[in-house]
Design a protein around this ligand. Structure first.
Ligand code: AMP
Length: 218
């Protein structure tokens, strides 16, 4: 059972690669961004508490996201590998993750760093949208539905965009990544855990690089 972190700025492809690993390897994706969006959709007190911060592109508190991860791990079977996506995002979260993993009898195997070009990423993120019916991902320039206005996967005509996928918020999220998240790399580098991957390559090529790393770690 592997426990891995997918690390990289917003739009680097963490969610796409995590979804594939879930489908192909039976791992479980633990995305704090997804958990927080779910709390907002469900109108919970937590959802209300984090809404404004999320919409600005800033980070919510370390205590909140670490508690979400701890809770989620409690629900997993010991045999299920975990993919941490969008967590940890600060050094304090990285330290909490060590404690949390130990408490759950798990150890961190690998940190996959998706290395990307920031300006290209902004273009990627600002154009992305998903099917409201099945969640299939699309893009204004890179991947339009074959029949305009109709989802290729489920035929739905409803699409949605994340409210924080606008240029101003994306730039703030990048700045947060550079200031607070990139500095956690040395924390893992000194333990020999970081494996860089060219995140600007095609989805398939990135997948192949990740597969090779995970096969070697298994
Ligand atoms: P994401 O979907 O990972 O890009 O996350 C969307 C937003 O949720 C971020 O811009 C933050 O406001 C918040 N968020 C998600 N994960 C974390 C985290 N690990 N630490 C702090 N804030 C987070």
């Amino acid at each position: 059972m592997l426990n891995i972190i997918l690390l990289g700025p917003p739009g680097a492809g963490k969610g796409t690669q995590a979804a594939r690993l879930v489908a192909e390897r039976g791992m479980v994706q633990l995305s704090t961004g997804d958990m927080l969006r779910e709390a907002r959709r469900a109108d919970t007190p937590l959802g209300h508490q984090v809404a404004e911060v999320m919409d600005s592109g800033a980070l919510v508190s370390d205590a909140i996201v670490s508690a979400l991860i701890d809770d989620k791990l409690t629900t997993l079977d010991q045999s299920q590998g975990a993919i941490f996506d969008g967590y940890p995002r600060t050094l304090a979260q990285a330290q909490s993750l060590d404690t949390i993993l130990a408490a759950h009898g798990r150890t961190l195997n690998t940190v996959i760093e998706l290395v990307v070009d920031e300006d290209e990423l902004v273009r990627r993120i600002v154009g992305r949208f998903t099917c409201a019916g099945c969640g299939a991902p699309f893009h204004d320039h890179l991947h339009q539905p074959v029949v305009p206005g109709t989802c290729d996967s489920c035929g739905s005509h409803d699409f949605k965009r994340r409210p924080d996928d606008n240029e101003l918020t994306v730039r703030t999220r990048m700045t947060e990544y550079r200031a607070k998240t990139a500095p956690i790399l040395p924390y893992y580098e000194q333990r020999g855990l970081v494996r860089p991957v060219d995140g600007m390559a095609s989805v398939e090529a990135v997948a192949a690089q990740i597969d090779a790393i995970l096969d070697a770690a298994a």
